[in-house]
Design a protein around this ligand. Sequence first.
Ligand SMILES: [Zn+2]
Ligand SMILES: [Zn+2]
Length: 393
Amino acid sequence: MEPTCRACLVYDESLTAYDFGPTHPMNPIRVDLTVALAEGLGVLHHLPRVAAPDATEDDLATVHEPALIEAVMAAGADPTRHDLSRGLGTDDDPTFPRMHEASRHVVGASIEAARQVWTGAVDHAANIAGGLHHAMPDRASGFCVYNDVAVAIKWLLDNGAEKVAYVDVDVHHGDGVEAIFYDDPRVLTISLHETGQMLFPGTGFPADSGGPDALGSAVNVALPPGTADAGWLRAFHAVVPPLVREFAPDVLVTQQGCDSHRDDPLAHLALSVDGQRASYLALHDLAHEAAHGRWVAFGGGGYAVVEVVPRAWTHLLSVVSGRPLDVDLATPEAWRSEVSSQLGVRPPSRMTDGRTPAFRDWREGYDPDTWLDRAVQATRDSVFPWNGLDPQL
Ligand SMILES: [Zn+2]
Ligand SMILES: [Zn+2]
């Protein structure tokens, strides 16, 4: 625990206007339920709220083509106007009224989180409505209209950061962020995800390791379906801490999609909230150890909106605040009855899934007979030498 960490949550209620409609998997109620649970457990006492400004068109244009911004504005003004070449009006990214305004507000929140950390106002800042890592320079993709993560990283670079490390633990490949900085040696992107052989967006393999000017700066760990806490944490610790330490960033930016959970309906990994919490603790440690304590944390995917997201991200917020919650807490009765009456489902009664997230350290040996170990070794072989590290150690 780091009781001296200063931290904030960038949040206001209008962030939940980023809403693709009642039948879409990414229901913004997951953010409301998280904030209510975090409040009920006292997490927000140590995590002051900061309002989210709107990003400007100039902010968006640091990573997006003007033609995308114009197309999002047009679609938001008249949602019957689909632009499939820009990814707008698809099943993943349906158009909705005021789409531009809602999307740029999420980006503004992420810039604000970056600004809070970079100016030294806080050590850590979170925007759980952010983490829209699939958006590309020229098109919306995978529930993501604008890439708030990439705009925030660009803001850090434009305001004096020389090196930014980005770690993406969402179950999907962080393809948009990776693409935007693929040939930029100032940004190390690391994505751990279910292999693209099985899952959207179908990319993110070990050999995809950065452009010609930035070899080794893109890192992909393509995990087998079914990977659970022990395997996931083994892979994380075999790849992420050594690379981030060696890169020595000015700031750590992370995306905490919690769709890696075994109950998530859209993917096939099998983590528990206990394993996810262990990853948040490891990222917090890494921020202090290797990034001057500067940590900007975003949400991301997560489609078990009652069962998983509120608990996972409440743990995340407690770690960001420097006061991690006990795993073995009950969820507050008032929160449970509010969820039951609002949604007609019984929410989880405990903050734990009852798992103990132990794992075998990579240095204890490599087993080429397992898909997991072969996947991890392939990533190490691909990128460690470019980063001055020995893939065999
Ligand atoms: Zn801290
Ligand atoms: Zn995802």
